[in-house]
Design a protein around this ligand. Structure first.
Ligand SMILES: Nc1ncnc2c1ncn2[C@@H]1O[C@H](COP(=O)(O)OP(=O)(O)OP(=O)(O)O)[C@@H](O)[C@H]1O
Ligand code: SF4
Ligand SMILES: [Mg+2]
Length: 327
């Protein structure tokens, strides 16, 4: 399958050094935080790849790299071209629909802005028709165009954000926790809307969530991130049927079990280490129940498995390809 987006060896560091004078007086070196550390993945056309992981693992940084808000420190991002030969552009949908909509603008102007900026419609009548169509597409009424964002509920505001993103006619949407700020019942409506739009418009999604049950609903592929790195990537069914990386298993422990829905939902155990001073070897070794001396010393390579998954873990690799017995 052709990739809409190919990401290769992508790294992004932030300079988090103290101001120059403090560094001189306190003899502190410069400090860099590696928010995204050498990650590679492809997103096939018309599919949804989700990034999942605990707070601070680098999901939003990847989203900002993909939409061009940040530039890579190293590595590359390559979008395919659309049928007209233009490189695909990515539009972003954010977590907080209120913060991402201008509160002083009417919904009409919020949605019309990309139409005018990108010269996608000419003349007031054509712009007005298109705004009405977009509002209907996301389940709102054309009459809502006259209102301001504060007159809507959280779920309706996220529908407005989606209409605005679609106004630019993107083929690729980056959705950063688009439902995390919403009530559970509303979350499902917005996720269903996004899936319907994906089918109808043949959109490609990079979807971000810390919630395993949300990504299960949305994704064709899931990439699990830990401290800036992808530790496991697999087709959704495979990841849920046979999670391999100990961190993926820990995350799956936190969602209600279908066979035992009354089991208490537990947060993943242990603290995420500081990305300013990440652990040696496998960065997960400070929390991993299977860690041994090799895990502390040596960073595991990403290995591909016959079921389509990729996993970076010494133990998983050893189980796959047992070392020859000593003579
Ligand atoms: N502009 C920045 N300057 C310095 N550090 C940053 C910057 N942006 C992100 N970071 C750091 O990079 C790491 C990854 O942050 P990021 O926002 O990508 O994580 P996330 O997975 O989206 O987390 P969350 O689930 O909380 O949204 C964090 O340690 C964060 O503090
Ligand atoms: S490499 Fe070692 S520490 Fe890392 S996940 Fe695998 S077993 Fe755990
Ligand atoms: Mg984030």
């Amino acid at each position: 399958m052709t990739a809409a987006l190919s990401v290769t060896d992508l790294t992004r560091e932030f300079d988090v050094s103290a101001p120059w004078l403090n560094r001189v007086v306190e003899r502190k070196p410069r400090a860099f935080l590696r928010a995204v550390d050498d990650i590679s993945f492809d997103v096939p056309f018309g599919s949804c790849l989700s990034l999942v992981g605990e707070s601070g693992c680098g999901k939003s940084t990847v989203a900002r790299l993909v939409t061009g808000l940040y530039s890579p420190t190293r590595g590359s991002l390559r979008f395919s071209t659309d049928p007209a030969g233009k490189p695909l552009a990515a539009q972003m949908i954010f977590q907080d629909p209120y913060a991402s909509l201008n509160p002083r603008w009417r919904v009409f102007d919020i949605i019309a802005e990309p139409l005018r900026e990108l010269k996608l419609r000419d003349g007031d009548a054509a712009i007005s028709d298109r705004v009405s169509d977009l509002l209907s597409t996301v389940g709102l009424s054309p009459k809502d165009a006259r209102k301001f964002p504060h007159e809507f509920s959280g779920g309706q505001r996220q529908r407005i954000s989606i209409a605005r993103a679609l106004a630019g006619e993107p083929r690729f949407l980056v959705c950063d926790e688009p439902t995390s700020a919403l009530d559970v019942s509303v979350q499902a409506q917005i996720l269903n809307l996004m899936r319907r739009l994906q089918d109808e418009m043949n959109l490609t999604y990079l979807f971000i969530s810390h919630d395993m049950s949300v990504v299960r609903h949305m994704s064709d592929q899931i990439a699990v991130m830990y401290l800036g790195r992808i530790v496991e990537q697999a087709p959704t069914e495979t990841l849920f049927a046979e999670p391999k990386h100990p961190y993926t298993r820990m995350l799956l422990e936190t969602i209600p079990n279908v066979r035992n829905p009354h089991r208490r939902r537990e947060a993943p155990s242990g603290e995420v280490p500081s990305p300013l001073n990440p652990p040696s070897g496998c960065a997960f070794h400070t929390r991993c129940p299977l860690a041994d001396a090799r895990c502390q010393a040596e960073r595991p390579a990403m290995l591909s498995h016959p079921d389509g998954s990729r996993v970076a873990c010494h133990r998983v690799a050893e189980a796959m390809d047992p070392a020859p017995a000593a003579p």
